[in-house]
Design a protein. Structure first.
Length: 121
């Protein structure tokens, strides 16, 4: 009987340590309920002044100072579309739009001449 109790306690300890380790060492961005996460891969040679995301419920402007990757999170009620514009220091601008639903996590690539969709979950 003591061996069974020790086995259950040992198994519980190992399981607990496994889940703590996986949670601690896993870097994952979870989409909050009712939101969309847009992943941006920035592959420009021009310097960016700002990136603007406009949707029905949100308008966000960020300045990704020399970053190569960033994310933008915005709320949606059920389905929506958004417009993403990148303004460069020389005042030139490129824009792109996309349809999304709650829980989507599209990946976009920004280059000097266009914004393209890499993946659209």
């Amino acid at each position: 009987m003591k061996k069974i109790i020790k086995g259950i306690l040992f198994g519980s300890l190992i399981t607990t340590l496994f889940f703590i380790t996986v949670d601690f060492f896993t870097i994952e961005t979870k989409v909050p309920k009712g939101h969309v996460i847009v992943h941006l891969n920035i592959e420009t040679t021009k310097e960016i002044k700002n990136i603007t995301l406009i949707s029905e419920q949100s308008k966000q402007v960020i300045q990704p100072y020399k970053k190569r990757e960033t994310i933008m999170i915005f709320p949606v009620q059920s389905e929506d579309s958004f417009k993403l514009c990148c303004t460069f220091l020389d005042e030139s601008e490129i824009c792109s739009g996309q349809y999304v639903e709650r829980g989507y996590s599209p990946i976009l690539k920004i280059t000097d001449s266009k914004i393209e969709i890499i993946d659209s979950d």
